[in-house]
Design a protein around this ligand. Sequence first.
Ligand SMILES: [Fe+2]
Length: 321
Amino acid sequence: MLSPEDIRRVPTLDALYGAIGDYDMTPGWIPRPQPILWHEPNTPFKPAHWEWRVSKAGLDAAGRLINTELAERRNLVMRNPSNPNGIATTRTLVSAYQMILPGEKARSHRHAPHALRVILDSRGSYSVVDGNKHPMETGDIVLTPGWCWHGHGHDGDRPAYWFDGLDVPLNHLLEPMFFEEHPDGFERVHTLTETSPYRFAWADTQRALETAPVDAEGFQGRRIRLEAPSMPTMALSVNRWDTGFRSRPYRAVANQIFVVMQGAGRSTIGEAELRWSFGDVFCAPVWKRIQHAASADAVVFSMSDEALMKFCHYYRHEALD
Ligand SMILES: [Fe+2]
């Protein structure tokens, strides 16, 4: 390695690059395959779609082949097709389908990443969050903010299925990961919680959608926001798109995941044309053109990192009429 005096006297740029490279520095001005700055978002993540009929078959097979002793959570992770070796659904978010059998208990644990569940089909399952037993019935949305204990159980008589959404990829990027298993295995229940800031009951969501104002600009249809101040990395909403609804196209600086809670329709995300129905999940990476159309009265849950983008002052939204 050259001394500072020798570096000061290097005869050529190439010699300079070699000398500073030995000290783990690189010139900011040279061209490189991945430039440092570019004109607008250009994500490698792809728009993608996961069908419920395929995923449910996979979960049913897993229910036959593996139990909760072997698998802490019986879930199928929706990895983006841009990275077959990864687990991320979008740059910051990951989603999975999960199933629990009658009588099973998925042991309690806690982790730094924030998590939520959208219950697709369940009668009698529940989540114990910090000692409070939250019912998980079809259509409910249940939150488990970072570092809350959570375990799942099922008192019903048919398998229960739900969607999981977490900000694990964001956590992997920023590296504040902590994870712990509960010392008792399954956390003891202190109270049964029908009303909780961590549970949005389906009946309440439906009622709120009835009176929710239609987005005057035409991008979202009828929409309610779910307030989740304990999970500030995510923006959560439920949208109602009646038969024949067609949204105004837009793009936004947000990574979004959609869960079809009811109905059917079609969305164009970037170049991809996705036909969806109940239970399907699809994602829109940052800055892709988005347009939705409903062919049967639809209720669609959406989670995104919009809240985080706004906090960072990175957020943009643009109509694409
Ligand atoms: Fe968890």
